[in-house]
Ligand binder design. Structure first.
Ligand SMILES: CC(C)(COP(=O)(O)OP(=O)(O)OC[C@H]1O[C@@H](n2cnc3c(N)ncnc32)[C@H](O)[C@@H]1OP(=O)(O)O)[C@@H](O)C(=O)NCCC(=O)NCCS
Ligand SMILES: [Zn+2]
Length: 189
């Protein structure tokens, strides 16, 4: 593992696949086999399971658990206590082969608010925003803001975090967008 990786004296990092400058804080646990990129922050009490894949510059706030079959792309923000799932209908007495678990992907730049729940088999689109406490049961489009249970779209968010106006322009920066198949796409220039 790169010597710039920081693991707190009370953190447990069993994986050797952790990128430069990533920090693993007290009481966080990264299992052997888990992949975490560069410049990530793994907050206290977070848990990253063996089959999880995390990109670069990802913020994993305290107590977030990232299970097998979850892929988190670059520049994603995972708010405190948000939770993933990977088994749609678990039963303690009827063990399921892990191949029956469903994948979840969080695309580049997305944010997930505190205490949100992501039901498995979904994709959180690029730069999408999941509000605090939302329960996501279907995929979220690029740049969409979703809130509530079940989570529903209430608007669009810029890559910078500003809420877009009706013309799909950001009041906080120069970016403008247009509707596309998967949600919004950035207009160049
Ligand atoms: C989703 C979010 C970005 C919306 O912020 P906003 O654009 O300022 O939206 P508003 O506060 O104007 O709310 C718009 C509407 O959505 C509702 N709403 C906003 N956030 C909501 C949420 N998390 N759950 C349910 N409803 C929500 C509001 O009640 C309001 O409804 P109304 O029009 O019926 O009154 C914000 O509320 C949020 O949840 N941020 C996440 C914070 C967080 O978890 N941070 C983690 C790191 S500390
Ligand atoms: Zn913006």
């Amino acid at each position: 593992m790169d010597e710039s990786v920081f693991v707190h004296s009370h953190g447990l990092c069993e994986s050797e696949d952790v990128g430069p400058r990533t920090r693993v804080w007290a009481f966080a646990h990264v299992m052997k086999g888990a992949r975490i990129g560069a410049d990530c922050n793994v907050g206290g009490h977070a848990f990253v399971e063996a089959g999880a894949v995390v990109g670069d510059r990802v913020t994993i706030k305290n107590a977030v658990q990232i299970w097998d079959k979850v892929v988190v792309e670059d520049d994603v923000f995972l708010g405190p206590n948000m939770i993933f799932t990977n088994d749609m209908n678990p039963r303690a007495a009827f063990k399921k082969d892990p191949s029956g678990f469903l994948p979840t992907t969080v695309r580049q730049g997305a944010s997930i608010g505190a205490n949100a729940t992501i039901v498995c088999g979904t994709v959180i689109g690029r730069n999408a925003f999941v509000g605090a406490g939302a329960v996501v049961v279907r995929s979220v489009r690029d740049h969409a803001i979703v809130v509530g249970s079940p989570a529903r779209e209430i608007g669009w968010m810029c890559a910078c975090g500003g809420r877009l106006d009706d013309a799909l322009a950001c009041p906080d920066c120069d970016r403008r967008y247009a509707l596309a198949d998967e949600g919004l796409r950035l207009l160049e220039g």
